[in-house]
Design a protein around this ligand. Structure first.
Ligand code: ZN
Length: 90
């Protein structure tokens, strides 16, 4: 039986930039971009539960749609959240 390459079985990887969405929370509007597991290479601190998001774990990157006064760009305000912690947030 011939061994066939399994390249067709690989799941398609969507462009991460196309996944971001805007969400309105009680303190304003936020841009939320899911980070697929395996993409992150370092640990992050989740402000929702004060715990660590281990490297390689799927989570959300969140930043304000409008940068706060004094920020050079909204990217400076990026936070990493567990998706469950973010969803619990009002
Ligand atoms: Zn958390």
């Amino acid at each position: 039986m011939a061994r066939r390459p399994s390249k067709h079985l690989r799941p398609a990887r969507p462009l991460s930039t196309s996944l971001s969405r805007a969400e309105a929370k009680r303190d304003g509007e936020w841009v939320v971009q899911p980070l697929v597991g395996g993409r992150s290479v370092k640990d992050y601190h989740c402000p929702g539960c004060n715990k660590t998001i281990p490297a390689g774990a799927a989570h959300l990157v969140v930043w304000p749609r409008t940068p706060h006064v004094g920020a050079s760009s909204a990217v400076d305000d990026r936070r990493h959240w567990h998706s469950t912690c973010w969803n619990r947030r009002g």
